[in-house]
Ligand binder design. Structure first.
Ligand code: GTP
Length: 171
């Protein structure tokens, strides 16, 4: 048969934002981790679905590993950036990480789509996706197509809408 185009999606965001929970949602049942342990050190999680190959990288507290991320930047066709919309104290940290990521030489001139999940929308103190995009300065993100979705990774709300947008961009 015809081989489906496989696209590499990089899943990034601060620790505890919900990356593993989101990725688990798209895994076939036999591959799901029922217990998700916090990522320690330089952790890369890879998994393939029908048409998408996901690679999740944890961006926080690991500046010393940053040079090792380059290889993943090189092969990535799209980015999922996960934001904990209830973590107001770290919005500025998440924004710094986003800026560093988008300024990286391997990504700077690539017109790759960036999907943002304003995750944990169920949390009592979460901010809306509109507020989230304001706090992340997304209005200045002009050279890449982007989209933001509020999500609840625990129930799956918003995840498919987001990934459908990304898949559409990558067709
Ligand atoms: P690291 O492994 O530290 O990089 O974290 P991560 O980004 O992979 O986050 P993870 O998926 O481990 O989720 C962190 C915590 O947030 C876990 O306790 C999840 O159950 C919880 N969580 C993830 N998504 C949501 C959500 O949408 N709503 C709520 N209320 N909790 C969530």
């Amino acid at each position: 048969g015809v081989k489906k185009k496989e696209v590499n999606v990089l899943v990034v965001g601060l620790d505890n934002s919900g990356k593993s929970t989101i990725i688990n949602h798209f895994k076939p049942p036999e591959l799901k981790n029922h217990e998700i342990v916090p990522t320690v050190g330089f952790n890369v999680e890879k998994f393939k679905s029908k048409a998408l190959a996901f690679t999740a990288l944890d961006m926080s507290g690991q500046g010393r590993y940053r040079n090792l991320w380059e290889q993943y930047y090189k092969e990535c066709d799209g980015i999922i950036f996960v934001i904990d919309s209830s973590d107001k104290l770290r919005f500025v940290v998440a924004k710094d990480e986003l800026d560093l990521l988008l300024q990286h030489p391997e990504l700077k001139d690539k017109r790759i789509p960036v999907l943002f999940f304003a995750n944990k929308m169920d949390a009592r103190d979460s901010v809306s996706s509109v507020k989230c995009s304001y706090l992340m300065g997304l209005e200045t993100l002009r050279d890449k197509p982007w989209h933001i979705c509020a999500s609840n990774a625990l129930t799956g709300d918003g995840l498919h809408e987001g990934v459908d947008w990304l898949t559409d961009q990558l067709k």
